[in-house]
Design a protein around this ligand. Structure first.
Ligand code: MRU
Length: 347
């Protein structure tokens, strides 16, 4: 099953699978400096919370290669690169988490000299990617235990190998259930405006021969009312200390619908997506993107010239709508305030 890696670190370049062109083309972007990596994150050539964290870590390696050879200049250049990368997209905590982790490692390692610090940073970036993949395999194992045999699973956006270091979060649980011999099938919402569900989730699942049916976002209520869905699994961009969860716009509505139809609704994310510094969803910054993503489809105008459009990229699902949060350290249930802290602190 999917061994897809969306980001590759080479000697002085980073290669990113250009997800804007999927599924029609498998094309790679070559980034020669951290600014190019930042631009790829901004335009969603690489996307998904863990994947942009990994891309940012690789961007920091490029910044380290180009930084001055004196310790003070080296750290100043890396601090500037971290700030630049963090500013590209505000909602997914994995981005700032990875950039700050790299900066902290640089500060600690520079005492041994700049060349040694460069080598340590390269190892750290590769470790961030490898850890993410391992966390997905772990959460897949925990998550598949709550998936019934033959479950029909609704998912939103793309929380698969394309969005992570490999395997996936929500789709990682689907993969693990499939691998465990459960005859699962998936309904993938197309996910307006950028169609990550239609373009990416459907493509990924088809690669692994996991049955998948594409639906438009507006069809979820009807599917549930018809008894065609057994559970909802989605990813997360940031989970606040009280369990409120930011994810792709439309997730909140699916959680409310799941509750109305008595269906389990699980958020699936590695522990690195939990941000205890945000007390609740009110503390999560929601990225607003260009309204043109709504007025246009595939570069072609679909709304009247001059039409106003609103384009928040994420929404926040209040924790009361969650059945549980599937993490690499186990499935977390309410009270989230207590249990999320426990899991982050490794207790
Ligand atoms: O705007 P995107 O495509 O980066 O949004 C992605 C999502 O909302 C995912 O569900 C989330 O990042 C989790 S990915 C494992």
């Amino acid at each position: 099953m999917s061994e897809l890696q969306v980001a590759r670190l080479e000697a002085d370049t980073v290669h990113l699978l250009d997800q804007r062109r999927l599924p029609l083309e498998l094309a790679w972007l070559t980034c020669a400096d951290y600014r190019a990596v930042g631009e790829a994150i901004k335009v969603l050539a690489v996307r998904g919370a863990p994947a942009i964290g990994i891309a940012a870590a690789y961007g920091m390696v490029l910044a380290a290669e180009a930084a001055p050879g004196d310790p003070a200049g080296f750290i100043a250049a890396l601090a500037e690169a971290a700030a630049h990368l963090e500013a590209t997209r505000p909602t997914a905590v994995n981005l700032s988490w990875a950039a700050r982790r790299m900066l902290a490692v640089a500060r600690a390692a520079v005492a041994t000299g700049v060349p040694a610090a460069r080598a340590v940073l390269r190892q750290e970036a590769l470790a961030i990617a490898a850890e993410d993949r391992q966390m997905n395999l772990d959460l897949g194992r925990y998550g598949q235990a709550v998936v019934p045999q033959g479950a029909r699973i609704l998912t939103h956006c793309n929380a698969g190998a394309l969005a992570t270091g490999g395997w996936g979060t929500a789709l990682g649980v689907v993969r693990s259930a499939h691998q465990a011999g459960k005859a699962v099938e998936v309904y993938a919402t197309e996910t307006r405006p950028l169609l990550q569900g239609a373009r990416l989730t459907v493509w990924e699942l088809m690669q692994d021969a996991i049955p998948v049916t594409l639906v438009t976002d507006g069809m979820a209520a009807q599917l549930m009312a018809q008894g065609k869905v057994d559970m909802v699994l989605v990813g997360a961009d940031r989970i606040a200390a009280n369990g409120d969860t930011a994810n792709k716009i439309g997730t909140y509505g699916l959680a409310v619908l799941a509750r109305a139809h008595g269906l389990p609704f699980y958020t699936v994310a590695p522990v690195s997506t939990i941000d205890l510094s945000a007390a609740s969803g009110a503390g999560i910054v929601i990225e607003e993107r260009d309204p043109e993503e709504v007025t246009h489809l595939g570069g072609r105008r679909i709304a009247p010239e001059g039409a106003r459009a609103y384009n928040p990229s994420f929404d926040v699902t209040p924790h009361r709508y969650l059945t549980g949060i599937i993490t690499n350290a186990g499935v977390v249930y309410a009270p989230y305030q207590v249990n999320l802290r426990r899991i982050v602190e490794g207790r």
